[in-house]
Design a protein around this ligand. Structure first.
Ligand code: URA
Length: 434
């Protein structure tokens, strides 16, 4: 077997065999297959696609390209949650303590933010002292003892994905459903959870711009799970406006705290409860979604969910005095208010533009080497459907940069305000695929 023949097969729209896919992954990880050959094959996959079997073979070959963590020493069903990323998406940080306070075991690896999207790991690092790199032993011990741990992607897991993702990034081959689904699922499956809930976002702040593409990606990943005998479910959710009101690292941690105390924005509260209920059901801790929802709401109201967050931060070395008194977080030196120039109702808020604006204020990174300003970001005062008067506050910008005028204009332009009322409030979750 040789790589040129494999490239030719995919170029000519032939189905690749399991052996061919394994040959490619093993050879590329070892450095025997060169970047230019891998790029050529990735482009052929991008253009000609892969069928269900090929995607399952690719995922499996990537999954076993490095360490595969075994969490079976922890009693019970271990769950994991993954979002395809968006603006203001702090769901895992809220849902984790909600479900861990009810006996679930959340074992999660997360990523950093890039471009307009934020990353859970950056948000956690805005808590002084928080350790995102636990060893495997520490990770397992913590999940077992307190029911949750969230760490950065371990460097020994899925080296194939690391190499392939970096190559896709510079060869125009990122937005391919076979490549995205195998990338996400191989990492998730290698990190050892028994049940996985995927949140596949659609809309202008998401990877997938349309519901159809998001559904297609979600279905592909659920099918990979089935072919490998894992309990994988996927929600298809709206990312046409930022999730919650806060965008930016320590601003989002403050919103996490508010939401865990029952004082969070409606949309983020609802998605955390509904996703949490699905996970509790996957963990077989509750027989119905309705019972699980009730239990989550009860643990928010009685303080157990918030206390679990404090316990989690403490176990990972974070300074809990910031969680108990969020006014301790640094506040950026420039606080800039954006007022409406019109009266009416908010019809949309451009999530992509808000995400990019937060990045330009210092809250995100354009390249992986950029250093984030943890205090920078945006807090929205109005969301879709809200009534607005002329000169009413729409959003507040936080930045240590002195040139923020164009960002201020962009944030104002992100709000589409019209005279007529917004027709109906649609649910954030479009569909659940299982
Ligand atoms: N996230 C991943 O982990 N991989 C992709 O290919 C896209 C998003």
């Amino acid at each position: 077997m040789d790589i040129i023949e494999i490239i030719e097969h995919k170029r000519d729209k032939k189905k690749l065999s399991q052996k061919e896919i394994e040959f490619f992954i093993e050879g590329y990880v070892k450095g025997e297959i060169k970047d230019y050959q891998a790029s050529s094959l990735l482009m052929a996959i991008y253009l000609n696609g892969m069928d269900k079997d090929e995607i399952a073979y690719l995922t499996e070959a990537m999954r076993v390209s490095g360490e595969v963590w075994d969490l079976s020493i922890i009693p019970g069903i271990k769950v994991d949650k993954h979002s395809t990323g968006g603006v203001g998406d702090k769901v895992s940080l809220i849902l984790g303590p909600m479900i861990a306070s009810l006996g679930a075991k959340l074992a999660k690896m997360s990523g950093r933010g890039l471009g307009h999207t934020g990353g859970t790991i950056d948000k956690l690092e805005s808590i002084p002292g928080f350790r995102v790199n636990l060893t495997k032993e520490e990770f397992i011990k913590q999940v077992d003892e307190i029911g949750m741990a969230i760490i950065g992607q371990d460097k020994n897991i899925d080296p194939a994905d690391k190499k392939i993702y970096a190559l896709r990034d510079v060869t125009g081959t990122v937005s391919s459903i076979p490549l995205i689904s195998s990338s996400i699922m191989s990492k998730k499956l290698a990190s050892g959870a028994d049940a996985i809930l995927l949140d596949v976002k659609y809309g202008n702040g998401a990877f997938m711009k349309t519901i159809e593409d998001a559904k297609n990606l979600a279905t592909t990943m659920v099918e990979i799970g089935k072919s490998l005998n894992k309990d994988v479910k996927a929600e298809v959710t709206d990312m046409n406006q930022p999730l919650g009101c806060a965008v930016g690292n320590n601003l989002e941690i403050k919103e996490v705290i508010d939401t865990l105390k029952g004082k969070g924005p409606k949309d983020i509260t609802e998605i955390c409860i509904s996703s949490g209920a699905i996970l509790l059901n996957q963990a077989k801790l509750f027989n119905s979604i309705e019972e699980a929802r009730k239990a989550i709401i009860e643990n928010v109201n009685n303080g157990k969910a918030f206390n679990k967050f404090v316990e989690f931060v403490k176990h990972q070395g974070g300074d809990i005095s910031y969680i108990l008194d969020p006014s301790k977080f640094d506040v950026a030196k420039n606080i800039v208010e954006v007022y409406s120039t019109k009266e009416g109702y908010v019809h949309s808020i451009d999530a992509l533009s808000i995400g990019k604006s937060s990045m330009h204020l210092g809250g995100g990174r354009e390249t992986l080497d950029d250093v984030i300003d943890m205090s920078a970001g945006i807090v929205l005062n109005k969301k879709v459907g809200d009534k607005v008067s002329k000169n009413e506050l729409l959003a507040t910008l936080y930045t240590n940069k002195d040139e923020f005028w164009s960002v201020k204009q962009n944030v104002l332009d992100s709000f589409i305000i019209k005279k007529e009322k917004v027709k109906e409030e649609h649910s954030l979750t479009h569909e659940i695929i299982e």
